[in-house]
Design a protein around this ligand. Structure first.
Ligand code: GRF
Length: 197
């Protein structure tokens, strides 16, 4: 399945996905990486892995609709059948989500439905959670709200800073995302739980 990966930053989840696809662990072909801003570290990483990578900077467009139209044109040019958002920090419009309905996945650093939105690690610490983690879900018009495909759980440890927790979660992200994409492509509805089972 021709898969495009959208990023905004370092692209560590994109690297994990591309490597898993290249190894054959995920039945997908990484055809394109797109970053929404210049300077995203993941662009060079994608190119080093032999994946076509472009910057389509949202700041270059007068509005969200124009930016998303450019995204869709480039995605269709690559023959995209599945879009994986991986550290992509733009909220997609209901129109874009409808255009790619059922074909967009996202990784979100919390155990959804808890802590939708930003600053999830800070919020989990502030709430005194004993566990935290990451979710891979289908993207719908509602933010961080679609069907959950898999989750990974990590313990919150005494004295954790948000950075400590983010680092612990990130390790699990790289394990979870490829497995979740494989389940999605294989239409395998069985629960996917990593970390503290
Ligand atoms: C990760 O914490 C991920 O959970 C969030 O964006 C962060 C950076 O991801 N979605 P990456 O290294 O750019 O993949």
């Amino acid at each position: 399945m021709k898969t495009a990966i959208l990023i905004s930053g370092s692209g560590s989840n994109m690297v994990a996905l591309v490597n898993a696809m290249t190894r054959g662990d995920v039945p997908a072909d990484p055809v394109l990486v797109i970053a929404n801003q210049q300077g995203a570290g993941g662009i060079d990483k994608a190119r080093a892995l032999g994946v076509d990578a472009d910057v389509i900077a949202h700041k270059d467009f007068p509005n969200k609709a124009a930016f998303e139209a450019a995204l869709s044109i480039r995605l269709k040019q690559a023959g995209t059948e599945l879009i994986c958002l991986a550290g992509f920090m733009r909220i997609l419009s209901p129109e874009f989500v409808a255009e790619w309905a059922g074909k967009i996945l996202n990784i979100h650093p919390s155990l959804l439905p808890a802590f939708k939105g930003l600053d999830t690690h800070e919020r989990a610490l502030a709430a005194g959670c004993a566990v935290h983690g990451v979710s891979v879900h289908e993207v719908t018009a509602e933010l961080d709200d679609g069907r959950i495909i898999g989750q990974a759980v990590v313990p919150v440890k005494a004295g954790d800073t948000p950075a400590d927790l983010a680092a612990r979660v990130l390790v699990q992200e790289h394990q979870l995302y490829p497995r979740a994409v494989r389940k999605f492509i294989q239409n395998d509805p069985t629960p996917l739980l990593l970390g503290i089972a």
